[in-house]
Write a protein that binds this ligand. Structure first.
Ligand SMILES: O=C(CO)COP(=O)(O)O
Length: 276
C-alpha cells in the first residue's frame, strides 16, 4: 500500500479516504530473537482475527539489529506487516561511524522511518535541521518518513499545544521535494510513557491545525492525503477515542507495542465500541 490509493485526478479530494496506520515503535526493546517470536505472535493473532491489512495498515519499528531478521520473516511468511526503522542517517553512505544509511534500510524493504522523535531531539540533541535532513534522506531513498512533532510540558504552559509542533512541522517539510509521501506523528512529549495520554479532542485540535498548515505550505491535495497519527500512552483502552477523530489517521504506539496481544488489540480498534 503506497500512500493513498484513492488519491487521483478523478477522485475529488474531499472524498479521499486515508488508510489508518497503526505503528509500533519498539524503541530499545526486543533483541533479534525476541523480535522473531514477537512478530510471529502478532501475525498469528491478526490472522486469527482475520485482520484486513488493506483497511488498517500495520507497521513495526524494531531496533536496527532486528531489521534483517524481521524482514526475512515477513518475506518468508508473506506477511503484510510493514517494516519501519527508528532512525536514519542524514548523510549518504560514507564516513559516519555508527550511522545507518537510508540506502541500507531501503534495501531491507524498510518502508517507514521515524524522524524527529522527542527521544532523539532531547536525548541526542537533534535539532530541526537534522530532522529535516533525515526526512529528506528517507524520501530520497524511496521510504516514507514518519515525522514526529510535539511540545513538552513547559512548551505547553508557555506557548499552548500548537506553536512548537507547527514550527517543527514547517522545518521538517522544508527539505522535502514536491509530492513526497510522509506521515506526521503528533506526540506531545508530556504524554509519552506517562500513562496520561492527551484528550482525544485536544489531539484532534492540533492534528487539524497541522493539516491546515500542510495545506498552506504544500497545497490542499497533499494536506488531505497525508496521514496524521497520535502518539503518547496509546493503549487498547483509549485508541478508539483517537481514531474516531476526523484528523487522526492512526497511532504511533510505544510501550503497548511490545506486547503482541495488546498491540493486536490496538490494531483492531474498529472492534472497540463506538468506532465505525
Ligand atoms: O513515543 C512514543 C511512540 O513513538 C509513545 O510511547 P508510549 O506509547 O510508550 O507513550
Amino acid at each position: 500500500m503506497s500512500g493513498n490509493p484513492q488519491q487521483s485526478a478523478e477522485s475529488p479530494r474531499d472524498r479521499v479516504e486515508r488508510v489508518p496506520l497503526i505503528a509500533g515503535n519498539w524503541k530499545m526493546n526486543l533483541d533479534h530473537l525476541q523480535a522473531i517470536a514477537h512478530v510471529q505472535k502478532l501475525a498469528w493473532s491478526l490472522k486469527d482475527a482475520r485482520h484486513d491489512y488493506g483497511s488498517v495498515e500495520v507497521a513495526v519499528f524494531p531496533p536496527f539489529t532486528d531489521l534483517r531478521s524481521v524482514q526475512t520473516l515477513l518475506a518468508a511468511d508473506k506477511l503484510a506487516l510493514r517494516l519501519g526503522a527508528q532512525d536514519v542517517s542524514p548523510q549518504p553512505v560514507g564516513a559516519r561511524t555508527g550511522d545507518v544509511a537510508a540506502a541500507f534500510l531501503a534495501k531491507l524493504e524498510v518502508r517507514y522511518v521515524i524522524v524527529g522523535h522527542s527521544e532523539r531531539r532531547h536525548g541526542h540533541g537533534e535539532d530541526d535541521g537534522v530532522v529535516a535532513a533525515k526526512a529528506a534522506a528517507a524520501v530520497a531513498a524511496g521510504m516514507v518518513p514518519v515525522i514526529c512533532v510535539g511540545e513538552t510540558a513547559d512548551d505547553l504552559e508557555a506557548h499552548g499545544s500548537a506553536a512548537i509542533p507547527h514550527a517543527q512541522l514547517e522545518a521538517a517539510l522544508g527539505g522535502l521535494p514536491p509530492e513526497a509521501e510522509y506521515v506526521i506523528a503528533y506526540e506531545p512529549v508530556w504524554a509519552i510513557g506517562s500513562g496520561s495520554p492527551a484528550a482525544p479532542e485536544q489531539a484532534q485540535e492540533v492534528a487539524s491545525l497541522l493539516r491546515a498548515r500542510i495545506g498552506e505550505l504544500r497545497g490542499e491535495p497533499e494536506a488531505t492525503a497525508t496521514r496524521v497519527l497520535y502518539g503518547g500512552s496509546v493503549t487498547s483502552q483509549n485508541v478508539a477515542g483517537f481514531l474516531k477523530q476526523p484528523d487522526i489517521d492512526g497511532a504511533l504506539v510505544g510501550g503497548a507495542s511490545i506486547d503482541a496481544d495488546e498491540f493486536s488489540r490496538i490494531v483492531q480498534f474498529r472492534k472497540h465500541v463506538g468506532v465505525v
